[in-house]
Design a protein around this ligand. Structure first.
Ligand SMILES: C[S@@+](CC[C@H](N)C(=O)[O-])C[C@H]1O[C@@H](n2cnc3c(N)ncnc32)[C@H](O)[C@@H]1O
Length: 491
């Protein structure tokens, strides 16, 4: 429990923010002041330092403390075959094409694959397993290089030991083949471990790192851009562009976007995945819009509370979402849960929502957050059960149908997804995210006419929105972003 003894006042927050940003590139704004504040408190408590000046003394750029604090600020969320379509596209299309282009005579080409911000290693190991499962191993010399800012994450990655939480894709055939289960831990076999080289390195300081992007043919930079501001993301993209081989391909998180940034990359459908290749931007909103979207929106993080503003430039005003013990606010646990959700401490968020439900069992907002949290974590059954509880209380909540739709969509059960998205549309016909997903579901079952109609309908709903509504999130997506996706999808 965080006590008032370790109080984080504005000057300390501002100084720490400046230092952390200088070292890591992590961008702080109104949306993550809360996480910074919680993290500093946690570290002051752990080090038993009450005096901000003393704390600042131990927070030097390459210090142990900087490492510990930043590891509280980044989320290492990862799992094997996260967005399976991308791994399929890699081995079915991207690599065969690269091999063909790079082949000279009989000599095998060298292919360099980078996993930047690799967290605990599930991503580069999934690449290695995909290669093993393909018929490509004999056709090229593959080098898989992975790195992360966080030392501890790299150590865990190198250990090759994983909990069951790291396996959420329905297809787990690869588990039997490449892992040994020992005391509830999955131990990765050496034949895969040795295919990946891990390094502790900072994307913004690769000049001084033992690892280089130079000559990379494939760059995985998934679910990392969230931490950076627009200017840094643009700089990073220039760096990737400069280093990537001429035919190189960039993999971002499934809904991360560079569309509105100055970036040399554009989105291209490759296999069943949307990947980034060089060239002029191909997707733009049809009308110029004055607001730019944030560079990264995670697909399943629709649980972001709507009442928390979009990340923008840091304001030297540290708001506290944490309520005091004495607070008589009936939604105290719910509010705390939102705070934890925002900084992705999911287990604490879950506890807070459950506490709220103990006090007020029909607290729909907490149930919705729980359902979305479960869906985000691929705990489909729990998500479905929680939605069913909500339906018993109120069956006109569009969020539930979106969550249910998404659960079925992710499973590839598009008919069920369509049924639920349709109900969501019935609850709110202007919910552009539901309309978009309904369109995607129709597209997935080859009902292209219906899909196109819905893509256009989504655009038309967004066209009617006021400018200031375009960057408000629904289920974690801004209208601007959905608009740009529709422009591409509608044939
Ligand atoms: C959400 S995880 C993504 C893991 C993996 N790419 C995936 O999509 O499953 C983000 C990772 O990026 C790392 N990261 C954040 N800023 C970084 C930086 N400047 N340099 C290198 N890694 C960074 C974090 O430490 C964290 O492990």
């Amino acid at each position: 429990m965080i006590t008032e003894k370790y109080n984080v006042e504005e000057p300390l927050l501002i100084e720490v923010e400046t230092r952390v940003r200088a070292v890591t590139g992590i961008n702080f704004d109104s949306s993550n002041w809360f996480s910074l504040k919680v993290a500093i408190k946690e570290r002051m408590e752990a080090t038993q330092i009450e005096d901000p000046n003393i704390y600042l003394k131990i927070l030097a750029p390459n210090s142990n403390e900087m490492e510990k604090l930043t590891s509280l600020l980044v989320v290492h969320e990862t799992y094997f075959f996260r967005d399976k379509r991308q791994f399929d596209a890699l081995t079915e299309v991207v690599l065969p094409e690269l091999i063909e282009k790079k082949k000279i005579g009989q000599t095998k080409p060298r292919i360099k694959i980078m996993s930047c911000g690799c967290s605990f290693g599930a991503e580069p190991y999934s690449i290695a397993i995909s290669l093993m499962e393909s018929n490509l191993m004999d056709q090229a010399d593959f080098e898989i290089i992975a790195f992360d800012l966080n030392k501890n994450a790299i150590e865990r990655a190198e250990s090759g030991e994983f909990s069951s939480h790291m396996f959420r894709e329905p297809d787990t055939e690869f588990l039997k083949k490449y892992f040994t289960l020992k005391e509830n831990r999955f131990l990765l076999h050496n034949e895969i471990k040795e295919k990946v080289q891990f390094y502790n390195a900072n994307l913004f300081d690769l000049e001084h790192a033992p690892v280089s992007l130079a000559g990379a043919d494939v760059v995985f930079l998934r679910n990392v851009l969230i931490y950076f501001n627009q200017a840094d993301t643009e700089k990073l993209m220039q760096k990737v562009d400069k280093n990537l081989s001429p035919e190189g391909v960039l993999f971002l998180g499934s809904s991360e976007s560079l569309l509105f940034l100055e970036s040399p990359f554009h989105l291209k459908q490759i296999g069943k995945a949307l990947l980034w290749v060089r060239g002029s931007k191909s997707i733009k909103p049809t009308e110029p819009r004055t607001v730019s979207i944030k560079p990264n929106i995670k697909k399943t993080e629709f649980s972001l509370p709507k009442d928390i503003p979009l990340p923008r430039k840091p304001k030297p005003k540290p708001p506290s979402k944490m309520r005091t013990q004495e607070s008589d606010d009936l939604e105290e646990h719910y509010e705390n849960g939102l705070g934890y959700l925002k900084i992705k401490i999911f287990d604490k968020a879950e506890n807070e929502f459950k506490e709220q439900l103990k006090q007020t069992p029909r607290h729909i907002k907490s149930l919705i957050r729980l359902a979305t949290l479960y869906a985000d974590s691929d705990l489909d059954q729990q998500a479905i059960e929680t939605c069913q509880e909500i339906i018993k209380i109120d069956n006109l909540v569009d969020e539930i149908y979106f969550v249910l739709g998404l659960v079925y969509f992710k499973r590839g059960d598009y008919q069920q997804a369509i049924e639920h998205f349709k109900k969501g549309r019935y609850c709110d016909e202007k919910n552009f995210v539901v309309l978009y997903y309904l369109a995607l579901s129709y597209r997935a079952v080859d009902q292209q006419k219906e899909a196109n109609h819905l893509f256009h309908q989504t655009e038309s709903v967004i066209d009617q929105m006021e400018q200031d509504q375009l960057r408000q999130e629904r289920f974690g997506y801004t209208a601007d972003y959905i608009y740009s996706l529709c422009a591409d999808m509608a044939a």
